[in-house]
Design a protein around this ligand. Sequence first.
Ligand SMILES: [Zn+2]
Length: 235
Amino acid sequence: MTTRASRKQEFILPLGNEEIRVCVSAMRRKSMRLALTREGDVDLRIPLGCPKHEVLTFVRKHEAWLLEQRREFRQQNSQKQTGVFIRGRELPWEISALDEFLVTDQAVWVPPAWSQSERENALDAWLRAAAKTEYQRMIERWWPAFAGFSAQRPTLRVKKMRSRWGSLSQKGYINLNLALMQMPEHLLELVVVHELCHLKHFDHGPGFKQLMSTCLPDWRQREKELKDFSRLLRY
Ligand SMILES: [Zn+2]
């Protein structure tokens, strides 16, 4: 049996660009305490009779901390979310008031009447177009370091591949997975450099690893990140 008198109340707190549910429990205690629940709500405990303006001041003072907690919460829950990753950032689907498909830094905007498959087709086309430009740019950035190993710069092909991030063909193509467009740029860079290293070394032996280390000293760390990140992607 508890001797603590407790009264619960809820309110919605606008925070950054989202709204958070705050559950307030008034109880016999001296100070206020703030925590994030498993569900991502805010659990706030306050002393009995604590004036509302003091509560609000307390919450506002911890806004930065709350935002950080929420960011971590979202990251941990990203598999359950319904947004889409582009260049390593998860963006929500939003309904466009202008009735058009548009990708911005904040969201993927879609016309109100579109089905999920229409959204995904449009996104696919957008990702392909962006990938062609951005992958090509990455190849060109690194080409000077590899030009000595091959008479001709490999030709880019963007592909959806299930089991590989990239490959280099004998016929002079560098195939890169479309899904890399959803990753942070330094992971795209890892795959491009990996494939270009195959111009000199056909296997993954010591020579290959040495060349990778010369180009990207942190390539092993990036490989780990690539593995972790791929778990977040749905398509
Ligand atoms: Zn390889």
